[in-house]
Write a protein that binds this ligand. Structure first.
Ligand SMILES: NC(=O)c1ccc[n+]([C@@H]2O[C@H](COP(=O)([O-])OP(=O)(O)OC[C@H]3O[C@@H](n4cnc5c(N)ncnc54)[C@H](OP(=O)(O)O)[C@@H]3O)[C@@H](O)[C@H]2O)c1
Length: 256
């Protein structure tokens, strides 16, 4: 595989870093020259990563091309390029449909959407891939987990999950702030919370057949303190409010 990237920003940088430092992927990589400091830095760090003269030179020098520009400029950038029929086009552009990319990348016949996350740089997290694509599942699977989905409906719904990260950290921050209010030193509270939640995050792996309700039930002993917090937050509508926010994000993704 000769891999090219059009758009060398935060996400491309994370993928290239992951491929070269975690997966030790031998595929040569060609980067578009915009964001000069990022592309030059990647080329300096890894011997088989080069910066092309322009976007067309990236396309001409690769067989697989990842599109990492922002949605606002996607149409303008792609419509000026000459794709080949045998290019494998992998769009990372979150809010532009596969059909739109396929039209812009014609006559390329193989067009895939992928949604990796920045933690891919450390070989962590999961990448959603649509439609199922063996070579991309292998590539992204070498950097965490690859989850292939059949339909754009499934892809769009799963992408809503990525809107919940900040809320997760706000949840941890609320616990941390409460501990500080009790006089617990900042670093000890942070260490304790981070270590406990890291262990909790592993529970689905240790019990692969248990759904999340069962995992919650494992901790919500009747009459116990976990049951108390769960019951109180449920009765205040916290989880209904979360589900409504997910609906709102979904509507926004579908409208884009
Ligand atoms: N970051 C994430 O967590 C994340 C997660 C999932 C999906 N995505 C998707 O990934 C895409 C990239 O996101 P990002 O966070 O990496 O954005 P970013 O850091 O802003 O990178 C966008 C890159 O596109 C370059 N660019 C702009 N116009 C160009 C042109 N005409 N030719 C070539 N390159 C051009 C920019 O260069 P300049 O800096 O020189 O303008 C920049 O290097 C987006 O479509 C986003 O939806 C991002």
């Amino acid at each position: 595989m000769k891999l090219g990237f059009i758009g060398t920003g935060a996400l491309t940088s994370a993928i290239v870093t992951g491929l070269k430092s975690v997966a030790k992927n031998p595929a040569p990589i060609l980067l578009s020259p915009r964001s000069e400091s990022i592309s030059a830095d990647l080329a300096a760090r890894y011997p088989d990563v080069r910066v092309a003269d322009d976007n067309q030179a990236v396309l001409d020098g690769c067989d697989t091309v990842m599109l990492g520009v922002r949605p606002q400029v996607a149409h303008e950038v792609l419509s000026g390029l000459r794709f080949r029929r045998d290019h494998h086009v992998v769009s990372l552009i979150a809010t532009v449909s596969r059909e739109e990319i396929a039209a812009l990348a014609a006559p390329a016949e193989c067009v895939t959407k992928a949604l990796p996350m920045p933690m891919i740089a450390r070989g962590q997290g999961a990448t959603i891939i649509c439609p199922p694509d063996r070579s991309m599942a292998a590539l992204f699977g070498s950097l965490g987990k690859a989850i292939e989905v059949e339909s754009s409906g499934e892809f769009d719904a799963m992408s809503v999950v990525t809107a919940t990260y900040a809320t997760y950290f706000k949840y941890l921050e609320t616990i941390h702030a409460w501990l500080k209010g009790q006089g617990v030193p900042d670093d000890k509270g942070r260490d304790y919370i981070a270590t406990l939640f890291k262990a909790l995050a592993q529970a689905p792996d240790t019990k692969p057949d248990a759904d999340f309700t069962h995992l919650a039930a494992d901790y919500a002993t009747r009459g116990g303190i976990n049951e108390q917090v769960l019951r109180e937050l449920t009765s205040r509508g916290m989880f209904e409010a979360l589900a409504e926010s997910l609906d709102g994000v979904h509507r926004r993704i579908l409208a884009d």
